[in-house]
Write a protein that binds this ligand. Structure first.
Ligand code: DC
Length: 197
């Protein structure tokens, strides 16, 4: 049985950084599921059609990491048919041996409800805005407004809203360095591995 790690949380909380570090550490595959929604938003046209016909090329399009692509992703992600079209791909990825890490908003609640480890990564709004502004070379105030708008939409939608699974471990990265955050995540994973035997 593959080992599955689900990492959810709001934008710029540090979940992507943690997911990449865990993938390198344990030799697991990593799927940034936000990229799927970003690719659907960036295709334009009918988002349901785009989600059903997503290709590897779509995931390599330039500009997918921009703040605008994040907003477009958040909007198409509220459409139930878009989400439904992406479920199977994500679950197939999660079944990869020896293990897989998926990060997003609904991994622990909807995509992999039986994941071996579920982390819900958070950080305060200002810290997240500062991180995203530094990463994109953008204005901090603008990033703050965009993150809040996106989080509000992602949390309020009817289908698979952003929320922690009942059995998720919350990891607040506000006051942590990257190394400290990764160490805390590694400890949670090692504990679950030991429990599984
Ligand atoms: O993780 P990200 O910032 O790249 O995600 C972009 C948007 O995609 C996010 O605002 C909401 C949506 N998303 C989602 O609804 N479910 C996921 N599992 C991942 C992302």
């Amino acid at each position: 049985m593959p080992f599955t790690i689900a990492i959810d949380g709001p934008a710029a909380s540090g979940k992507g950084t943690i997911a990449r570090a865990l993938a390198a550490r344990f030799g697991f595959g990593h799927l940034d599921t936000g990229l799927l929604y970003r690719a659907v938003g960036a295709r334009g046209g009918d988002p349901v059609r785009a989600a059903r016909n997503l290709t590897p090329d779509d995931l390599g399009r330039p500009g997918l990491r921009s703040a605008e692509a994040g907003q477009a992703a958040s909007r198409v992600a509220a459409i139930p048919e878009v989400r439904a079209a992406l479920v199977e791909f994500q679950r197939r990825f999660a079944a990869g041996e020896p293990g897989a890490i998926l990060d997003g908003r609904d991994i622990g609640t909807v995509i992999c409800p039986d994941a071996d480890v579920k982390l819900f990564v958070i950080a305060d709004d200002l810290t997240r805005a500062r991180r995203r502004a530094a990463e994109l070379g953008a204005d901090e105030g603008e990033m703050l407004a965009q993150l809040r708008e996106r989080d509000a939409r992602d949390s309020a939608r009817a289908t698979a809203p952003l929320r922690p699974a009942g059995d998720a471990v919350t990891l607040d990265t506000t006051a942590l360095s990257i190394d400290e955050a990764v160490d805390a995540a590694v400890a949670a994973v090692e504990q679950a591995m030991a429990a599984r035997g």
